[in-house]
Design a protein around this ligand. Structure first.
Ligand code: NDP
Length: 265
């Protein structure tokens, strides 16, 4: 191997997740399902977690058939007992998780005057409290076992700007960004990094009805690069934050949005 080839290989090896145990929540569909395969491709033993067991099993089969290594664990992020049980199961299956992608999320799209207390609670409990419970339980285990780790919260550009009909969602994601920074501050001393990715709009089950409508097409035309994100656009930023390539990064909130966020500044 020439010295140049060898240095390229060395640089790329910084992005490797070989030997890591990666938990990804909300892996039964959409972005989580896609990024679970990304983590496995990078060499991690991936634990895919959510409530829909059949969808997780099909993902586990897909990853294992592609040469990766995956297991499914049942998880409802709104229930602290479920979160604890999930981490107990991970330790029994693979050891302590040292890459944690808090991706589980939900929304209720309605004008603010029609949103109910139950709508608010459903969105905030899943997106903000659920993320916080997963992140802190992950850190508790890492600290106990004196292991370094990387926590990546999937927030949203709607945590940093607003849009109509998603007030609870925007509030929850703003909270995720603040929680990311607070936990980064407290966990740095333990060698645990905490960062957030703020995706722009990606067409998934969460929003396809709107994004594929005429109003969605108008929205796309207002994004500086005139395009929505694809799930593949999130792969590089995820691997940067998860791996040693991003070892000095903590407390950041990285927008991956084709410029959507700066268009509103
Ligand atoms: P999907 O609806 O496709 O996926 C949401 C995932 O979250 C599902 O796997 C679901 O699994 C899981 N989930 C929901 N509630 C819970 C719960 N209580 N416990 C455990 N898992 C839960 O949406 P996306 O893939 O689009 O969203 C993934 C993340 O990306 C979310 O946090 C979302 O806010 C964020 N995001 C999405 C954007 C987009 O444009 N799509 C843009 C910016 C951010 P199950 O029902 O099986 O439990």
């Amino acid at each position: 191997m020439s010295p140049v080839t060898s240095s390229v290989a060395q640089q790329l090896s910084m992005f490797s997740l070989e030997g890591r145990v990666a938990l990804i929540t909300g892996a039964s569909s959409g972005i989580g399902r896609h990024l679970a395969q990304t983590l496995a491709n990078a060499g991690a033993h991936v634990i895919v977690a959510a409530r829909r067991a059949a969808k997780l099993e099909s993902l586990v089969n897909q990853i294992n058939q592609s040469g990766g290594h995956a297991h499914a664990v049942d998880l409802d992020v709104t229930q602290s007992r479920s979160v604890t049980a999930c981490f107990d199961a991970i330790e029994a299956i693979a050891g302590v998780a040292d890459v944690i992608v808090s991706n589980a999320g939900t929304t209720v799209a309605k004008p603010a005057l029609e949103q109910t207390e139950a709508d608010w609670d459903a969105v905030l409990d899943t997106n903000l409290k659920g993320c916080w419970m997963v992140d802190t339980e992950a850190a508790r285990r890492l600290v106990k076992h004196k292991k370094n780790g990387s926590i990546i919260n999937i927030a949203s550009i709607l945590g940093a700007r607003v849009a109509g009909a998603v007030a609870p969602y925007s509030a929850s994601k703003a909270g995720v960004i603040q929680s990311t920074q607070s936990l980064a501050l407290e966990f740095a001393r333990y060698g645990i990094r905490v960062n957030a990715i703020l995706p722009g709009y990606v067409i998934t089950d969460l929003n396809s009805e709107f994004l594929l409508s005429e109003a969605g097409k108008k929205l796309e035309s207002r994004i500086p690069a005139r395009r929505f994100c694809k799930m593949q656009d999130l792969e590089g930023p995820l691997l940067l934050l998860a791996s040693d390539a991003g070892k000095a990064m903590t407390g950041t909130a990285i927008a991956v949005d084709w410029g959507h966020l700066v268009s509103s500044l």
